[in-house]
Design a protein around this ligand. Structure first.
Ligand SMILES: NC(=O)c1ccc[n+]([C@@H]2O[C@H](COP(=O)([O-])OP(=O)(O)OC[C@H]3O[C@@H](n4cnc5c(N)ncnc54)[C@H](OP(=O)(O)O)[C@@H]3O)[C@@H](O)[C@H]2O)c1
Length: 334
């Protein structure tokens, strides 16, 4: 099975589903490595990586196996893979961006990335496996000049051919309003949290009108996300009665309907799974048996504006709570 592709504004083609690689503090680097191997064996060619997931070296071994023909029996060409990487929050300074990218390239055993994202718009670091109360003394709010210092290095990485696309993640309309006019090379991608109970219609429309392709993270509602991202009352997409009913009609798991919803809305979902049967059904979701117009409309009504990855660990001293990260009144919170 091979995923259809989605045309990006610059004419490049990106596979319309990717494979997530965040082990959510429970799947080890070795387990994620094995999951990526299974995903590639079953036809995934788009892999969503990040240095902070702590598993790029292991994934690099699998990518090499794939290109050596040791996974599918055929040598997969580099140009037939789509590999995304992300710059972590403690590497935003002028001196750090390109060295950090080069470290990811070395770990992934690649000469270039298809897409490099600034993972978060804050330079605020938190250690892996931290809990919800963790705060860094050095944490700062979004500061446009600091962000543009980082973005200028991203542009250099593009110009030097180290990456084929550059993009942003976890940004808001207010932040994009500040960023876009200052870019020499504008982001061609945005990665954001998207699942049926969190549809972000305004940000999606803004991204599309600014020619950014949209990658949706936590596309299944991330049932095994880290405890720091769990709050009483969070929606559970895969248990939503409308999703369950539509899934029954199609004879599939509700996870598959989450992915079909994303696909029908021109979102590129990046589900993670450790189980072969789930990996296969996730890829099939975007290859066959589309939702009807009526079903798509019913799923629009499932939105509860329920953000799961709230990001409290990125908060700075004067911030009130996690809502401050997301500029909910339309202005940048400082
Ligand atoms: N840019 C960012 O800041 C950001 C933030 C968060 C995540 N991400 C990216 O987005 C990716 C996906 O997000 P996520 O991993 O948090 O959540 P997700 O993909 O929404 O959910 C993954 C979970 O769903 C289960 N699952 C997968 N397929 C299933 C199926 N067909 N049926 C039933 N259960 C299924 C998996 O369990 P099993 O292993 O048991 O299948 C896994 O624990 C990450 O891996 C990462 O690459 C990016």
């Amino acid at each position: 099975m091979k995923a259809p592709t989605f045309k990006v504004n610059n004419g490049q083609e990106v596979p319309c589903i990717g494979f997530g690689t965040f082990g959510s503090d429970h799947a080890s680097a070795e387990e994620v490595m094995e999951s990526v191997r299974i995903a590639i064996k079953n036809g995934f060619t788009h892999i969503d990586c990040a240095s902070c997931y702590g598993n790029e070296k292991e994934i690099g071994l699998v990518l090499k196996e794939a290109m050596d023909g040791k996974i599918t029996g055929n040598k997969i060409k580099r140009e037939d893979l789509w590999i995304t990487g992300k710059l972590w929050n403690d590497k935003h300074s002028k001196a750090d961006v390109i060295p950090s990218l080069k470290q990811s390239l070395a770990d992934l055993q690649l000469g270039y990335l298809d897409l490099y994202l600034v993972h978060w718009p804050f330079p605020n670091f938190h250690p892996p496996k931290c809990d919800v109360s963790t705060r860094s003394d050095k944490a700062k709010p979004f500061i446009i000049d600091d962000f543009m210092t980082c973005w200028t290095e991203m542009e250099k990485a593009f110009t030097q051919g180290l990456v084929k696309n550059i993009g942003v993640s976890n940004v808001t309309i207010a932040k994009l309003d500040a960023i876009l006019p200052k870019c020499t090379i504008k982001p061609s991608f945005i990665e954001m949290e998207l699942h049926p109970t969190f549809q972000q219609p305004k940000l999606r429309a803004y991204a599309q009108s600014n020619n950014m392709a949209i990658i949706g993270f936590c596309p299944l509602g991330s049932p095994n996300r880290p405890d720091r991202d769990k709050v009483d009352g969070d929606a559970v997409d895969m248990e939503n009665p409308i999703l369950v009913e539509i899934a029954k009609k199609h004879g599939v798991h509700p996870a598959v309907i989450c992915l079909k919803w994303a696909h029908a809305n021109n979102i590129i979902p990046i589900p993670f799974s450790t189980k072969e049967r789930n990996i296969i059904s996730n890829l099939s979701a975007v290859c066959e048996d589309e939702l009807t117009k009526k079903e798509i409309e019913r799923l629009t009504a499932v939105d509860q504006n329920c953000r799961l990855v709230k990001g409290p660990v990125f908060l700075w001293k004067s911030a009130k709570d996690w809502h401050d990260l997301w500029d909910e009144d339309g202005t940048i919170t400082i």
